[in-house]
Design a protein around this ligand. Structure first.
Ligand code: SF4
Length: 435
């Protein structure tokens, strides 16, 4: 009987990709994935250290999963990922029922660790500058879309961010290995890949830069759609913009984090660029790819943010008109540079600014989507819509699309949809004959 593996994932797409990688690696040891902790022989919680509330949830989930061990004491419960790395000294005191604590550079050892008899919890949180997981093929969750990590770690040291400390220094997966991995996914039926890295456009392999990687992946037979996330605004070069514009399989969607439009804040965040640079980059992308959708990340209430700084971010919301944004109020994370500074924006001000920002951005997202009514989009069918009898998928711009069809489309099929209505987050429509 194959042993069963249950993994619960928190945090960013990098963590989703690592979960797929762990599932791929452990399948070599005979583990099959399960959605039910009650069936599992191994339960792993893949954690995120970016925000404190994610950590609070993880402590609760670990305690809950530990209950399963009461009736099935042979079950292994592990914590993996960024929080394992960040809080390694505290985990055993806070969650003594945890059997494994494994950081993001040690997943290759998980199979062997699970085969070993242990009297005490196993801890491996060494950062490994060389670990790129070459030869380990990720598992696609739905058989259609997959993440491919092309770069690990980060050298940017933004002052609010824990990533460089928990994921180590930036290193790129060689081009041949990325292409091999994408070919393996295509052979398994995957039709869309998302290339991942903390600063994905900083990817390098000798003389090859990120635009060359996009071109190489676009050659892989069977892959219809290529996406990437998250790029850093300071790392875009003209060849990357050109590659995106020229390669049909690279989708017109760009998640371009800004964080704040105040240059004072950007400098304090150590972002390495100004708002003028960002605005110019957006203009270059929109000139080169007119139907591109651009989304962003914004933080309000960072250390020392004045009303005037915040108003600059609000002005950017009007000027850039992002398709969507992930918006947060700043909260300090231990281990980061900004944690040493006084978190001096009062909570009520942070909350008010966040509310104002979300209100305006949501209205703009709704306006942009409403302007799509009557347009046709190619949607890759990924499943049934949550409500009604329709189908769900994504447009090239990575917008959620829900549509009715008189027939039963195949999963992975590219269907032409005409938009009939919209919300801030979804385009709604019906299948129309392709042209
Ligand atoms: S670029 Fe900045 S925000 Fe992004 S992972 Fe690196 S340090 Fe964190």
């Amino acid at each position: 009987m194959p042993r069963k593996l249950y993994i619960e994932t928190y945090g960013c797409q990098m963590n989703v990709a690592d979960t797929q990688l762990i599932a791929g690696e452990l399948s070599r040891f005979g583990y099959e994935s399960t959605d039910s902790p009650a069936d599992a022989d191994v339960m792993l919680v893949n954690t995120c250290a970016i925000r404190e509330n994610a950590e609070v949830r993880v402590w609760g989930r670990l305690a809950h999963l530990a209950e399963c061990k009461k009736t099935r004491p042979w079950v292994t419960l592990g914590i993996v990922g960024c929080m394992a790395q960040h809080l390694r000294e505290h985990i055993q005191a806070k969650a003594p029922y945890v059997d494994l604590v494994v950081g993001p550079d040690a997943y290759r050892r998980l199979g062997d660790i699970l085969l070993t008899d242990r009297d005490a919890p196993f801890v491996d949180v060494r950062l490994d500058r060389k670990e790129l997981y070459e030869g380990v093929d990720p598992r696609s969750d739905n058989g259609l879309t997959a993440f491919v990590t092309v770069e690990r770690g980060c050298d940017k040291f933004c002052t609010f961010c824990i990533v460089p400390y928990v994921r180590g220094r930036e290193r790129s997966v060689p081009m041949d290995e990325v292409v091999r991995s994408v070919r393996a996914l295509a052979a398994d039926g995957v039709r869309e890949v998302t290339l991942l890295g903390q600063t994905v456009n900083a990817w390098r392999d000798g003389d090859h830069a990120f635009g060359d990687l996009l071109a190489a992946v676009a050659q892989v037979e069977g892959i219809e759609r290529i996406r990437f996330t998250s790029p850093h605004p300071a790392e875009f070069t003209a060849p990357i913009v050109e590659a995106m514009a020229q390669l049909d399989r690279v989708m017109p969607a760009l998640h371009l984090p800004l964080q704040s439009a105040s240059d004072t804040m950007l400098e304090r965040m150590n972002r390495g660029h100004t708002y003028a640079h960002y605005r110019d980059l957006v203009r270059r992308f929109r000139d080169a790819i007119p139907d591109i959708a651009i989304t962003t990340d914004l933080i309000v209430g960072f250390v020392g943010e004045s009303e005037a700084d915040f108003e600059q971010t609000m002005a950017a919301v009007e000027e850039i008109r992002w398709d969507a944004a992930f918006m947060f109020a700043y909260s300090p994370r231990s281990g980061t540079k900004a944690h040493e500074w006084t978190d001096d924006v009062p909570e009520p001000d942070k909350n008010r600014r966040l509310e104002t920002l979300i209100g305006r951005q949501e209205a703009i997202s709704a306006e942009i989507n409403a302007a799509q009514v009557g347009r046709r989009f190619e949607v890759m069918v990924e499943g049934r819509a949550k409500r009604g009898n329709g189908w769900w998928g994504r447009t090239p711009q990575f917008k959620n699309a829900v549509f009715d069809s008189p027939r039963e489309p195949r999963l992975g099929e590219l269907v032409t949809m005409t938009v009939t209505s919209s919300t801030a987050h979804t385009l709604i429509g019906e299948e129309s004959p392709s042209t």
